[in-house]
Design a protein around this ligand. Structure first.
Ligand code: NAP
Length: 274
């Protein structure tokens, strides 16, 4: 049995479906306890509560874990006590050379450190920005054809959560991934404007991209998230401390096929924008 946390989310749902395709039994953990498929065993629990995770561990050999939740060392100790053998942690491309003073990098580092200290066999997935971040444009698309977005000059080789799911399922079910940290990216570095154009082509709409100034982006982000995370994203994308443009070989090396394009992600998820 494999426990997938965040199982209703962009990444977790892909981990669930790849494990199920391999014929592996899956327990799908989230607060709602409502996975996107009936084939996984639903489990409602809170990642911030170690006892809640412990209650989901009966028969679990491997766990796919989201980063950044409270009391992670305790949660991992409960996993070890319950006989869990391995953990695949979703981490971040900001770790290598990252700054502990950056709030996003710090929670990722602390999550990796807790997993290393747990004594469980581990694999870290260090993805760059997800293709599914384009879902943030849903409301704007519903309102019209203009998409305003921050950091217009930042190229990212955005990664389809499908590929994270594929790699996570491999790392959970096959040997040889213990103690490895995989840098994951999509196949091509794209500007936000290019992703908007591709999405428009897929949807059959002529979308117009309007890059936000840094002042506009800061004001909008400050209304949505704590100041330390706004500062973290500005360090990444305005000060340039994070480069998510390099195309990484790991998805192809591990799965035997290239990572999916943004166009494929958009085509698969077009329904979410209609
Ligand atoms: N977006 C990026 O570009 C990026 C890049 C690198 C790393 N990451 C990391 O990837 C993570 C997952 O991304 P995603 O796009 O898959 O997120 P998502 O679609 O928002 O999904 C989050 C999942 O976690 C569950 N969840 C949230 N709080 C929980 C809690 N307290 N206890 C149990 N389950 C909880 C949610 O379900 P319920 O609401 O039902 O609980 C959902 O299943 C992010 O949180 C981030 O740390 C993201």
């Amino acid at each position: 049995m494999f426990l997938v946390t965040g199982a209703t989310g962009n990444v977790g749902s892909e981990v669930v479906s790849h494990l199920l395709q391999q014929g592996a039994p899956v327990r799908a953990f989230s607060r709602s306890g409502r996975p996107r498929t009936d084939s996984a065993e639903p489990f409602a629990g809170d990642l911030n509560a170690p006892s809640s995770v412990a209650a989901a561990l009966d028969g679990v050999r491997g766990i796919f874990l989201l980063p950044g939740y409270q009391r992670l060392p305790e949660t991992l100790a409960r996993c070890a006590e319950a006989g869990v053998e391995r953990v695949v942690l979703l981490s971040s491309s900001s770790i290598p050379g990252g700054e502990r003073t950056n709030a996003v990098t710090r929670y990722m580092m602390e999550s990796e450190e807790a997993v290393r200290a747990s004594g469980l066999a581990w694999t870290f997935l260090r993805p760059c920005a997800f293709a599914s971040n384009a879902l943030q444009w849903k409301d704007q698309l519903a309102a019209g054809d203009v998409i305003r977005a921050p950091f217009p000059h930042v190229r990212q080789a955005t990664l389809d959560p499908y590929d994270i799911g594929a790699v996570a399922a491999l790392a959970l079910t096959s040997p040889g991934h213990e103690g490895r940290a995989y840098a994951l990216s999509g196949p091509e570095p794209l500007l936000p404007e290019e992703r908007v154009r591709i999405l428009g082509e897929v949807l059959g709409r002529k979308l117009v991209f309007a890059g936000q100034t840094d002042e506009e982006a800061r004001a909008e982000m400050s209304a949505q998230m704590p100041a330390q995370y706004v500062a973290a994203f500005f360090r990444f994308y305005v000060d340039g401390t994070l480069d998510e443009s390099p195309v990484r070989p790991a998805v192809e090396q591990l799965t035997g096929r290239p990572p999916r394009t943004f166009r494929t992600w958009a085509t698969e998820h077009a329904g979410a924008f209609r």
